[in-house]
Write a protein that binds this ligand. Structure first.
Ligand SMILES: [Zn+2]
Ligand SMILES: [Zn+2]
Ligand SMILES: [Zn+2]
Length: 166
């Protein structure tokens, strides 16, 4: 039967682009640079490109991995530059850290605005959920903030897993 349905890849892309997830913007809001300057970081062209890379690739990174990714992108930050940048981003509330069991720490770039993360433990992809559906189980408790992240396997890795099992 020939139907005008979209190819499978397009349909799945449509799901990923649904209103629930935030768009992957190449341009970052000016508040990012303002916040970084506020915590005392000099926003040099190299640091600017590093932040853009960190934000646009939508993955969680160890500092070493971020440095390696930067090298592949033609940037050459030293180890100290990467650590300094991550520290400044964290201080500016633009980065979240996830300590790993092997004593390394992975970092996720956090765009301004409330959101939750969907982190793939297979490929390290990070998606952001902009619409918050978290409800507080105890109504007598006055919540000031909450942090909720989801760890699992992304749609692409699930398909890869199924294909590999055949
Ligand atoms: Zn985030
Ligand atoms: Zn994945
Ligand atoms: Zn929330």
């Amino acid at each position: 039967m020939s139907s005008p349905a979209l190819p499978r890849t397009d349909r799945s892309a449509g799901r990923i682009r649904s209103a629930r997830t935030m768009p992957a913007t190449a341009t970052l809001p000016d508040t990012v640079w303002v916040r970084l300057r506020d915590v005392g970081l000099r926003v040099t062209p190299l640091r600017r490109r590093l932040v853009r890379l960190f934000a646009s690739t939508r993955r969680w990174y160890t500092p070493q991995e971020l440095q390696a990714t930067a090298l592949r992108a033609g940037l050459h930050p030293g180890r100290a530059t990467v650590y300094r940048l991550i520290a400044a981003l964290t201080e500016a509330g633009l980065c979240r850290s996830f300590p790993q069991s092997n004593r390394t720490t992975r970092y996720v770039f956090c765009a301004p605005g409330h959101h939750h993360h969907l982190i793939c433990l297979d490929c390290g992809t990070v998606d952001s959920l902009a619409d918050c559906q978290v409800t507080v189980p105890d109504r007598r408790f006055a919540v000031l903030e909450h942090v909720v992240d989801f760890f699992g396997r992304c749609a692409r890795c699930q398909r890869r897993k199924i294909a590999g099992a055949r």
